[in-house]
Design a protein around this ligand. Structure first.
Ligand SMILES: NC(=O)c1ccc[n+]([C@@H]2O[C@H](COP(=O)([O-])OP(=O)(O)OC[C@H]3O[C@@H](n4cnc5c(N)ncnc54)[C@H](OP(=O)(O)O)[C@@H]3O)[C@@H](O)[C@H]2O)c1
Length: 181
């Protein structure tokens, strides 16, 4: 049976654990060449062993723009282009309005907003006709319950809207049929 991603090049940021690792495994099973990223080399090594064939790890922090440049330079050198970007690296920390600290605010915007935005922006030159960008968000950005209120996820909803509204992305979609689900 033919595989859905045979011959495709995919990047999964935060692909060494959790949801990202699940995405990376499925992409590899479907035939994609998968590059996973993460900050801890030890976790990347374990993830690569569990994904098996067709997977490579590139260590880096998505909140660090120099790391993103290096990550995409490696993808370009080894894959040539990018068919699927799963911009997944992020975190969730529960906290009510009264509990949000300056450190939590800065961490949220550095990783879940800045890191996510630039992970997408810096991938643009590698995207090809028909390529896809997948953003891992959360229902917690619109739905909260007592004690599970999450400021960590709230900005992701705004960012998703901002990326959709981005003139550059809109032009790319019109011109090349690129998608941003
Ligand atoms: N789990 C949930 O219930 C849930 C619900 C809704 C949405 N989400 C979203 O889903 C995504 C994945 O969550 P998860 O629960 O699977 O998280 P996880 O198990 O903690 O895994 C996070 C992954 O992202 C990497 N990562 C974290 N910060 C990074 C950074 N600054 N740069 C590069 N890599 C980074 C981690 O590796 P290193 O730590 O080594 O960097 C790891 O590979 C996140 O965006 C999260 O907000 C999760």
């Amino acid at each position: 049976m033919s595989k859905k991603l045979e011959g495709k090049i995919a990047v999964v940021t935060g692909g060494s654990a959790g949801i990202g690792l699940g995405i990376a495994k499925r992409f590899a099973q479907e035939g994609a060449r998968v590059f996973i990223t993460g900050r801890r080399q030890s976790e990347l090594d374990k993830a690569i062993a569990s994904i098996g064939r067709n997977a490579s790890a590139i260590q880096g922090d998505t909140a660090n723009l120099a790391d993103l440049d290096r990550i995409y330079a490696t993808v370009k050198a080894q894959g040539g282009h990018l068919d699927v970007l799963a911009a997944n690296a992020g975190f969730y920390e529960p906290g009510t309005l009264g509990e949000i600290t300056e450190a939590h605010f800065d961490k949220t915007f550095n990783i879940n907003v800045r890191g996510l935005l630039f992970a997408v922006q810096k991938a643009l030159p590698l995207l090809t006709k028909g390529s896809s960008v997948i953003l891992t968000g959360s229902v917690a950005s619109t739905f909260t319950r007592r004690r599970t209120s999450s400021f960590s996820h709230a900005p992701k909803r705004w960012l998703r809207s901002a990326l959709w509204a981005s003139r550059q992305v809109a032009v790319l979609i019109r011109r090349f049929g690129r998608t941003l689900p």
